[in-house]
Ligand binder design. Structure first.
Ligand code: ZN
Ligand code: ZN
Length: 335
């Protein structure tokens, strides 16, 4: 890989993910630490992100002691930047439990207990830390008390503002986490557990419905000349279709290949659009989010029957308009 002069969070992410996929977490952690130490971050304040990723890689490599060193560095960095180290500290507590330093772990964790009723992500982290230390009973007690407090703080109305929505998400996180801990402890279902299972089932159903909708299309496709024209007239719209035309057609091929594998039925495939129509629609729609405009344009084209059959036979010309055989054009791009 070529060495860029400085790295963004996305690039750090790619390094961490690549190392995990190759089964070389320790090497990935070393690479991330070298980037921090070599001053190669695009934003020096991303050192907390890089060190956190490296700590997680070492944790997954069964090296809790190495992970603890890096977590300590991340916490120091947070203090230097004046940013909240709460979640790094929760991870630190978990590592201390793994290292059989239970007293220190509890000393780290106890002051963070109020996070349970202020941050929806805290319940899972705190429960995991306590379970790692064999303190399921404590997790159960903390979560039960927090659920009561959080439910008492719920707004009376269904018309939620941001604070009300956050309060609801926190209750959901606490109830579902408490449910998991109670299963871990072999406790029978109580009324809150029944509620947890209903909420979990509803969330899963919604998630599946969203996923199916996202995979069903129709997918807006712009031929090369149209994409170029759009990039000239409205670079923002073109950008939403893909960073380049190559990426645009590869994305569509990839998503359709994925849909075909999942066996989702009723997918509406590819629709071919033009730059001029898209720009006109976008102007009519004013401040509407770009993704909504793109989706609605694709629906409109689908309604007009402007669909492009997919997949072509291997030896037929490609759907993308390149006039090259499918097997030599977009087919290999799906992989
Ligand atoms: Zn259950
Ligand atoms: Zn093609």
């Amino acid at each position: 890989m070529t060495i860029a002069s400085t790295l963004s969070v996305d690039e750090l992410d790619a390094i961490a993910e690549g190392a995990a996929e190759r089964g070389e977490p320790a090497a990935g952690a070393a690479e991330l630490v070298a980037i921090v130490d070599g001053g190669r971050l695009a934003d020096p304040r991303d050192d907390v992100v890089a060190l956190g990723m490296a700590a997680e890689l070492l944790f997954n490599a069964d090296d809790p002691a190495g992970s603890l060193d890096l977590t300590d560095r991340a916490i120091d960095a947070h203090r230097r930047h004046g940013t909240a180290a709460d979640f790094a500290q929760l991870f630190r507590a978990r590592l201390l439990f793994e290292l059989d330093r239970a007293d220190e772990a509890m000393a780290e964790l106890t002051p963070l207990r109020p996070l349970l009723t202020t941050d929806p992500d805290a319940a899972a982290e705190i429960a995991e830390a306590l379970l790692a230390g064999g303190r399921g009973e404590t997790a159960h007690e903390w979560l039960s008390v927090a659920v009561d407090e959080a439910r008492a703080a719920l707004p009376e109305t269904d018309d939620l503002d941001d604070a009300g929505e956050l309060a609801t998400v926190i209750v959901y996180a606490l109830i579902t986490q408490r449910h998991a801990v109670r299963h871990e402890l072999g406790l029978p279902h109580d009324a809150l557990d029944e509620m947890a299972e209903e909420l979990e089932a509803a969330a899963e159903e919604e998630h599946q419905a969203e996923l199916t909708a996202a995979l069903s299309g129709p997918f807006l496709f712009l031929p090369a000349a149209e994409f170029a024209r759009l990039a000239e007239r409205r670079p923002d719209l073109a950008e939403s279709c893909g960073p380049t035309w190559e990426a645009h057609r590869a994305d569509i091929e990839h998503i359709l290949a994925t849909v075909a594998e999942t066996g989702i039925t009723g997918a509406r495939g590819i629709v071919r659009g033009t730059a001029d129509e898209l720009v006109q629609l976008s102007e009519r729609r004013g401040d509407d989010p770009v993704d909504d405009v793109l989706d609605d344009y694709a629906d409109e084209l689908d309604g007009r029957g402007l669909n492009v059959p997919w997949p072509p036979a291997r030896n037929d010309v490609c759907w993308c308009g390149s006039e090259v055989k499918y097997k030599k054009c977009c087919l290999p791009r799906s992989r």
